[in-house]
Structure formats: C-alpha cells, structure tokens
Design a protein around this ligand. Structure first.
Ligand SMILES: *Cc1c(COP(=O)(O)O)cnc(C)c1O
Length: 445
C-alpha cells in the first residue's frame, strides 16, 4: 500500500490523456469535481490505489455523470429542426436573456411601476401581437398543450368538425382524435381522405357543434385526385353558423420561407388574416425559439382560454418566456432574424458551405466534398429538400464509422448514403467546425 502523500495532484489527473478528453463531454468543473471526489474517497479510506486504478475509477465516475446528463450533439444530418436532437437551437440573445432572468429575481408577475402584482404573459403578448397581427396571445408548454387547452375550453361535451384529410398522427404519438377524446369532445369527421368540400362541413353542423378545426398535416401529404376547403371559406361558413374556426398550425412560420428559396408555407399571419379565431403553433419549430405552445387570435377567445383553470397546469416558466421574447424581438429585421440559428442555417449559401467543407477535406485525407440535400424538419415541408453541401467519408464501413462518430465526445450524428457517411454542413454552426473536424479525425483513427 502506498502512502497518502503519493496521491497524484488534481492538475496532473486533469491533464492525463485518459481523462482530459472528458472535459468536452462534462465540462471542466464536473471533471475536477469527479477527480476531487475520488481523491477524497482515497483519503477517507486511507487506501491509495495505483495510478492506473485511480484513473479508471475517475473514468467510471464521469461515465455515470455523462449518462445522467443531456449532452451536446453535433447535427450532421442536414435536418434543421430534428425533434430527436432537440429541434431549434436558440439564439445567443435568447440564451443570454434566460441566463439573466434565471440567475436572479425578475418582474415575472410583478408590475414594477405600480408595485403590485402583474401578468406573467403581458410582455410576450405584445410581441406576439406584433408578429402575428392577432388581437391577443397566450403561451403554454407546447403546441400539444395549446390544442388541449383550446378543446377543453370550447368543446367539452360538444362536437368538433374536422376534415378526414387532416386527421393525422404527428411524431411522438400526437393524434388529434385522441386529444379530442381526452378533452371530452366528440369528433365529427367529414369528407373523404382525398376530397373534402365546404358542403361536407355545412351538413355536419348541428346545435352541438362547438368548433370547426383545421390541422396542419405536417409529415404527410395527399396528391392527385384531391379537393380541400381553404380557411377563408370555412371562416365564412363559421360566421354564418356562429361556429368559430380554430387551427393547429404545428410549425408556425412567422415569415414566408420563400425568402429562402423554399415553397411558401402557410404563416401564422395568413391564418390570422383569414379570420381563424385561434391559431396554435410551436415555439421550437419554425419560430426558432424555446419549446412552447403559442395561441394567437381573437381577444374574447383568448380571454376564455386564460380563464380556464387548466392553464395553471400548462403554464410556462420564466426561462421560456425570457428566451421566447428575445427570439421574437429578433424578427424585427431580416438581419437580426438571421441571428436565430434556424434562419442562419436556412440563409447559408451553398458557396459558404463549400468553403467551410474545404477546411474539413484539408484536414481529413479521405474526405470528399459532395452535394447534399437538407430538410427543414419539424413537420414543415417534408418533401422539399433544398441544396446543401456535405463532407463525405467514403469506404465500406459506413455503419462502423457512423457509430464511432456517435460515440465521440461530443457525439456527431451523420447520415449514410451510397457515397458513404455524409456530414451535412447546413446544420453545423461554423463555430462548431473545429470540434466536428476533431470528432471525425478521432472516429477515423
Ligand atoms: C409539431 C406539431 C404539434 C405538436 O407540437 P409540440 O410543440 O411538439 O407539442 C401539433 N400539431 C402539429 C400539426 C404539429 O406539426
């Protein structure tokens, strides 16, 4: 047995080649803490393990730590809003606001001028009104919660008319018919899968009709022999019958993606302008902000949502509100909007991606620059890939290389096609390039 004074110094362990790489995984503070805990343990038990044994134990502690944590991943898939990888990365401004508000007290529900209780939602509401053209707005935990709140408020014990071509399941098992059932409403399906006419809605109206509901088909589309009813026609019918139209827009674009060479995706403003009473959408899809469910619409309808006791169970916290408000402020000009990572990624030119790919192939001998296709993801424009550039790692062992990339620190998630492992640069921030190159070099070693 060795003497306690033979225990290695913390800095020597921090720099040990078997331990130092964990810094990228768990951060320096956690690494130091793991080392110090192991040294304390040795001192406490008066048993000094051999150096290699000590290093192995520290590695074990860090492994356990890493398994408990959310870890950063480099997204080389080319799918910008990748639900499994956390959807929209946040803008620096949004993160700074969340950090500042989260690290102390705030005026979350306090009116500093009056010295009295204020509204949690007031500030973000005015930004949402500005961004959508709606009279009023409300924020809950996610879009699924927003839909649930709408149905619970307006349709409990009553009927909701939905077109058959919009009764879809989106990812994560969210099915409109199931949510309807949970909220105590009765679904009235109209039309055929491919063809729906206004008269189908008209015939289904009854004294028990609470709402007519539209839902974005997300990752699903019907082509060919089809007919649909547009929101304006439905709103006109609803006005005659005294039945509000509500819409689950899902992705919730605040701007026309045509600016980025993509097909026009219905925007929140379009739905509001068509007279839809309540429009629900996500905060972390095309808005590019934190996870949230946003409802915008007519003031009396939002007021009814606000008075539903269920809102208390769906309410968002201060970090979300701070990050959402800052994200919305960035929409005031195209230039500031591109500080939202989603829009920086959409706006990156193929030439700029190609130039960055050059840095990869300069360092990685086997790598090639290839043309690729990126996708928006998040249920928006599922069929529409748009031009991108990838770094390809050719070779017979694509599965093995991809697995090694995923096991790296940080993990890099890539795509595989007949050209090999593809790392799409569209979804990698330029600041991450050095890290991604090192991850590839490690995986190929
Ligand atoms: C994504 C999506 C939802 C769910 O949104 P969350 O914010 O993840 O709850 C609901 N409806 C549609 C149409 C969607 O695309």
């Amino acid at each position: 047995m060795q003497a306690l004074r033979e225990l290695p110094a913390v800095h020597r362990l921090l720099d040990d080649p078997a331990i130092a790489p964990y810094e990228a995984l768990v951060g320096r503070d956690a690494l130091r803490e793991a080392i110090e805990s192991e040294l304390r343990h040795a001192r406490g038990t008066h048993v000094v393990p051999a150096y290699a044994e000590l290093v192995a134990r520290i590695g074990g502690r860090i492994g356990a730590l890493a398994a408990q944590s959310l870890l950063p991943v480099i997204n080389g898939t080319g799918i910008i809003l990748h639900t499994n990888l956390g959807r929209a990365p946040l803008a620096r401004e949004a993160l700074d606001a969340a950090r500042e508000i989260g690290s102390g007290y705030s005026n979350l529900e306090y009116d500093v001028l009056e010295g009295a209780r204020g509204s949690r939602y007031a500030r973000v509401t005015s930004l949402l009104r500005e961004a959508s053209g709606a009279e009023d707005a409300l924020v809950v935990n996610n879009c699924a919660a927003a839909v649930l709140l709408i149905l619970d408020t307006f349709a409990k014990g009553l009927e909701v008319i939905v077109s058959r071509n919009q009764l879809v399941e989106i990812g994560g098992g969210f099915r409109l018919p199931d949510v309807l059932e949970r909220s105590g409403a009765t679904l009235v399906e109209v039309g055929a899968t491919n063809k729906v006419y206004l008269r189908d809605f008209e015939r289904a109206l009854s004294p028990k009709t609470a709402l007519m509901m539209r839902s974005h088909p997300s990752n699903y589309s019907i082509e060919g022999f089809v007919n649909d009813v547009d929101a304006g026609e439905l709103v006109a019918l609803g006005a005659r019958a005294g039945v509000p139209v509500v819409e689950d827009l899902g992705s919730g674009a605040l701007v026309d993606l045509g600016e980025y060479g993509l097909p026009r995706e219905r925007t929140v403003r379009d739905a509001v302008a068509a007279g839809v009473a309540l429009v629900a959408f996500s905060g972390d899809k095309l808005l590019g902000g934190p996870q949230a469910g946003i409802v915008v619409g007519a003031a009396p309808a939002i007021a009814r949502l606000r008075s539903n006791p269920l809102l208390r169970a769906l309410r968002v916290d201060k970090l979300t509100l701070a990050a959402l408000a800052e994200t919305l402020r960035l929409y005031r000009s195209r230039e500031s909007r591109e500080r939202i990572p989603l829009y920086a990624m959409l706006g990156a030119s193929p030439d700029s991606l190609r130039a960055r790919a050059g840095a990869y192939v300069a360092k990685i001998a086997s790598a090639r620059i290839v043309e690729s296709e990126a996708f928006v993801g998040g249920g928006a424009l599922p069929k529409h890939g748009f031009p991108s550039i990838a770094v390809a790692l050719p070779g017979a062992s694509s599965q093995r290389i991809a697995a090694r990339l995923r096991a790296g620190k940080p993990a890099l998630v890539a795509r595989i096609d007949e050209r090999g492992v593809l790392i799409d640069l569209r979804t990698i921030a330029p600041e991450q390039d050095a890290l991604a190159i090192a991850a590839v070099e490690d995986a190929l070693r």
